[in-house]
Design a protein around this ligand. Structure first.
Ligand code: IVH
Length: 673
């Protein structure tokens, strides 16, 4: 079959690109694309080469196992090549692997596998002669590595002599494992480097690689490195039957083996264990990027053999990358409850570790300057500790010249107060003590039960939404995305969906509720009802004259002034427009509404048994009645609860009818026994 020219072209482009990224990664220690993107390129190339085997050349990146050793260190050969692993990302691909293995071996019973966390560090080989550590090297290109013996010697968990207490030591052992840096050690190292003004490492793996490939072992010694061993090269003076036995014997010899290794029978159990590892991954103090599945029986491994760069008896079942690349479209400010004003990057949505993210805190202005992050930049983002999204660094190579440096605004984005910064502090603050509380209160009122009635959006969540920069004003509520909620503490898939549903439901609202929700001074539920009844439609209220407002019974000059001024204010007009743009529909009042309590007014005294006073009032209003706070001649009924006050006496004096709770309930249509 002839290879189509466009395929040849694509293969060429893929190779060029992969070679470039290999160089960035291995030689410069400075990758410009995420692991996920790199994997995707390799995956595509490998698939094309598998389909058109005649296109494979010995110098194709797929034929290389790793990086060429640098000339910084002496080169040492690996007698048994240090192979790489094929990647898989889904249970289907893993099941296909299992089918391939069985087919190759011509067996149809369940296979026994070891399942091991796939450490995200760098592979090394440790050579022990008669129990003594004599040589240590990096993987290099799989055939030759770099001699980093002296650096490896500084890692406390690498025994300089094998233990012989439980197992006799072999004449020769080539142990293989992964050197890594623990997450908290990595964080401390980066903090220290930041303090010293040194560039920080993008992730623990880069930190481990950078630390191990130091010319001065003293530098390596100062870096907290660790190792987990997972395999062997040559061994003399001892035989093994299974990978499980290998792992356990390595442990007996004093080499560190990950305690999360497991032996399973059947591929489904392996898939289950991958789910478990994915779940506990955030709690681990080291980075793992997947799970390695290996055929346990070494004889079967032998029969399966290897392909050019990877064995047929093992596969890496990767997690979705916890690091990705996206573009910053804007940098906005969020205000915290202490007044701290934090820049937040708004990004094109990108999947990181299975979750879509679109915003990440940039901490403060100094941090933005230090990382040289600009609006329009392509950046590496990751979820630190697998929860909080973080911008790792900009990809300066991708700049077009159109990127804009961030300039810290001088005024608070919420209340407009001039921002202040104390000497020696990195954070700007809004000095207005009312700023955050006022905003939080305004939004909490808007979403409350008698207003827009958004269930699940209490004051605490409102605060979380503001401090994370997800909302900065009321209309932002209607643009919240599920992934925004998932990035907050306390939210999971279901609770996030419930809240989004409640927000959506609130978009259709009655006129009185909407008016009340706006938080206009002096406009409580009762006044909102009066306004709605009189004006019928929102537009009419927005255009009402002061005189008309004042003419409404129950609305005095002070209240009328407040309403009139509120609707004349441009900021408020914009708020209403934005809410309508966000899809809110305000139900007009029915022209001919004949509600059962229309024309009747109620005064409550004493406490009710069946409901709260506020609910009773709401009920009266919703049925067209009015609620008054004191008894007057025009009061229709005084509802007398337990322990009534002086209002009852006054009602009797004025001849206003008093009714008890039972009668009231009947009147509003609630039959009580
Ligand atoms: S086995 C032929 N086991 O993953 C088998 N590798 O892409 C080769 N790794 O170079 C490796 N944890 O750096 C194996 N439990 C584990 C591993 C592991 C991490 C790394 C190692 C290797 C790469 C393979």
């Amino acid at each position: 079959m002839a290879v189509p020219p466009e395929v040849l072209d694509r293969i060429k482009k893929l190779r060029e690109e992969i070679n470039y990224h290999n160089y960035r990664y291995y030689v410069l220690d400075s990758p410009v694309i995420s692991d996920e993107e790199y994997d995707a390129l390799m995956h595509e190339l490998r698939e094309l080469e598998e389909k058109y085997p005649e296109t494979v050349t010995p110098d194709s990146p797929t034929q290389r196992v790793g990086a060429p050793p640098s000339d910084k260190f002496r080169t040492v050969p690996h007698h048994v090549p240090m192979l790489s692993l094929d990647d898989a990302f889904s249970p289907e691909e893993i099941r296909e692997f299992d089918v391939r293995v069985k087919k190759f071996l011509n067996i149809d019973h369940d296979i026994e596998y070891t399942v091991e966390p796939k450490m995200d560090g760098l592979a090394v080989e440790l050579v022990y002669e008669k129990g003594l550590f004599v040589l240590g090297s990096t993987r290099g290109d799989g055939f030759n590595g770099e001699d980093v013996t002296n650096n490896l010697r500084t890692i406390p968990s690498i025994p300089l002599r094998l233990l012989s207490r439980h197992e006799p030591v072999p004449d020769l052992l080539e142990a293989r494992g992964e050197v890594y840096m623990e997450k908290d050690a990595f964080r401390r190292l980066n903090e220290e480097r930041q303090r010293q003004g040194l560039p920080t490492f993008a992730n623990p793996r880069n930190a481990a690689a950078g630390s191990l490939r130091q010319l001065d072992p003293k530098v390596t010694a100062s870096r907290p490195l660790n190792i987990f061993c997972y395999g062997i090269g040559r061994v003399e003076g001892r035989g093994f039957k299974t990978q499980w036995e290998v792992l356990n014997t390595l442990k007996q010899w004093g080499l560190r083996v990950n305690p999360l290794i497991k032996k399973v029978t059947g591929i489904e159990k392996a898939i289950k264990y991958h789910e478990h590892l994915a779940k506990i991954r955030p709690e681990l103090n080291y980075e793992i990027d997947g799970m390695v599945i290996k055929v346990n029986d070494l004889e079967l491994q032998d029969r399966l053999g290897t392909k050019a760069r990877s064995p047929r008896w093992a596969i890496a079942y990767k997690f979705e990358a916890a690091q990705s690349v996206t573009r910053i479209v804007d940098i906005i400010l969020s205000v915290g409850r202490t007044g701290a004003v934090t820049p937040v990057a708004i990004m094109e949505p990108v999947k990181v570790g299975g979750v879509t993210i679109r915003r990440a805190t940039l901490h403060n202005e100094d941090e933005i300057r230090r990382k040289d992050i600009r609006i329009g930049d392509w950046v590496i983002v990751r979820r630190a500790g697998d929860v909080i999204p973080e911008v790792v660094k900009p990809l300066k190579e991708r700049r077009t010249g159109k990127e804009k440096p961030f300039v810290m605004p001088k005024f608070c984005p919420v209340c407009g107060s001039p921002l202040v910064k104390k000497p020696g502090e990195a954070i700007y603050r809004c000095p207005n003590p009312d700023c955050f509380p006022r905003l939080a209160k305004k939004i909490a009122h808007f979403v409350s039960k008698p207003a827009m009635d958004i269930e699940g959006l209490g004051p605490k969540v409102v605060e979380q939404l503001i401090t994370s920069g997800i909302i900065r004003d009321i209309p932002d509520l209607y643009y919240i995305k599920k992934e925004d909620l998932l990035s907050l503490e306390g939210f999971a898939e279901k609770s996030a969906q419930n809240l989004l549903d409640a927000i959506r439901r609130s978009k259709h609202v009655s006129l009185p509720r909407f008016l009340f929700a706006l938080g206009i001074r002096h406009v409580g539920e009762v006044t909102a009802q009066l306004l709605a009844k009189h004006f019928k439609r929102l537009e009419n209220i927005m255009e009402a004259s002061f005189e008309e407002l004042q003419s409404i019974q129950g609305i005095g000059p002070e209240v009328a002034t407040s309403i009139y001024e509120w609707f004349k204010d441009e900021k408020n007009k914009e708020l209403i427009n934005k809410l309508l743009e966000a899809g809110i529909t305000v139900e007009p009042m029915e022209e001919e509404s004949r509600l059962p309590l229309e024309g009747q007014s109620f005064v409550f005294t004493g406490s009710l048994k069946s409901m709260k006073r506020a609910d009773a009032k709401r009920l009266v209003i919703s049925l067209g009645g009015q609620v008054q706070s004191s008894v007057g001649r025009n009061t229709s009924f005084v509802v007398v609860g337990e322990n009534p006050g002086s209002k009852l006496e006054k009602a009797q004096k004025l001849g206003v009818k008093a009714i008890d709770e039972q009668q009231f309930l009947k009147m509003v249509g609630i039959e009580n026994e």
